[in-house]
Design a binder for this molecule. Structure first.
Ligand SMILES: C[S@@+](CC[C@H](N)C(=O)[O-])C[C@H]1O[C@@H](n2cnc3c(N)ncnc32)[C@H](O)[C@@H]1O
Length: 315
């Protein structure tokens, strides 16, 4: 019980509390500053990652064993909330690009992207944190044939050293929006740019994930949700269990492999891919009640309705 409480508290402090809150406390402020200094000393890993991914063969991009056991550890894993991480990977925590994923899940997701990337024209990550996953995925889909026009990363924290370095090296423009996905300017950007591929990993509350899903679904042909099978993230997990059933214009795919050495279930990548580009966007396929809320773009009311529906589903 004590361990579970500690894990949830740790998660809440690091992920759920908006970073501007951290800046209000002196100790947390200096902790964040220390992180920026730390990541500044690691920017050469951005150059390294780009060289590695651009140098992959077509066979590498489909080789699950290579991606999981050689490539991802080589690119480096994050070292936050280590209770959720398999101890057997400890040599790679706090290295390279600090990717916050399970190699078992990420490898299958990357392999899937290899076969589904060619029509992607733009990438947006909501909640990009240090930027490692953003850089990896954007480079990966380009290497897999996507003709990207631009990419957008959104997070309320100040632009990180990885992202600043990547802006200089990317072949297409990178826009960093320092802010919350709920800000009106983000909706304006989505309406004008119409990102075709959106990765949602920002606010993990029900209200937050519903908002971000609604933001993405009018435009994106691929919507990816994170933490879809996580004991630490009940709202995103519940939302995914529901949304994959009701979004019938989309095929769903899950990459949720767990590690036996970790006592509970964590992370999880859920992909929705629009079945056909011919289906007009803005086609609402939720129940008439929810459709009405969607049309009114009232995320709070949709969140409440979805929460009720989800509760009835899991009862
Ligand atoms: C789990 S981290 C993201 C990790 C990152 N996607 C990766 O794979 O490395 C969640 C991030 O979401 C950000 N965040 C929280 N609420 C947000 C919101 N409403 N809009 C955008 N980002 C948000 C937090 O600042 C935090 O950096």
């Amino acid at each position: 019980m004590i361990i579970v409480t500690a894990i949830l508290l740790n998660y809440y402090i690091l992920v759920q509390i908006p970073p501007w809150y951290h800046l209000r406390g002196l100790s947390l402020n200096s902790e964040l500053l220390a992180k920026y200094e730390y990541y500044s000393s690691l920017v050469h890993h951005v150059d390294d990652t780009i060289n590695v991914i651009r140098g992959l063969t077509d066979a590498n991009m489909r080789d699950l064993d290579f991606i999981q056991h050689t490539l991802i550890p080589r690119l480096g894993l994050n070292n936050e909330i280590l209770e959720e991480q398999p101890p057997e990977l400890s040599d790679y925590f706090g290295t390279g690009l600090h990717i916050w994923q399970y190699p078992s899940q990420l490898a299958r997701y990357l392999q899937w992207l290899t076969n589904h990337a060619k029509d992607i024209t733009s990438y947006c990550e909501i909640g990009c944190r240090w930027g490692g996953m953003f850089i990896l995925i954007k480079e990966w889909v380009q290497r897999a044939g996507a003709k990207l026009e631009y990419a957008t990363a959104i997070d309320p924290i100040e632009e990180t050293p990885f992202l600043s370095r990547y802006k200089l090296l990317s072949e297409v423009p990178i826009e960093y929006i320092q802010g919350f996905s709920t800000e009106p300017r983000v909706e304006e950007i989505f309406r004008s740019r119409k990102p075709s591929f959106v990765f949602i990993d920002g606010d993990h509350s029900m209200k937050g994930v519903v908002h971000d899903h609604l933001l993405a679904r009018d435009f994106a042909t691929i919507i990816v949700h994170h933490d879809v099978t996580s004991s630490a993230c009940p709202d995103t997990t519940n939302f995914w269990s529901h949304v994959k059933q009701v979004e019938s214009d989309f095929n769903s795919f899950e990459f949720c492999d767990q590690y036996e050495s970790v006592p509970m279930s964590y992370l999880g990548i859920g992909v929705l891919e629009r079945r056909s580009k011919d289906v007009p966007l803005n086609t609402f396929i939720f129940s008439p009640e929810i459709n009405e809320s969607l049309k009114q773009r009232d995320p709070e009311s949709v969140a409440r309705r979805l929460a009720r529906k989800i509760k009835s589903l899991i009862r």
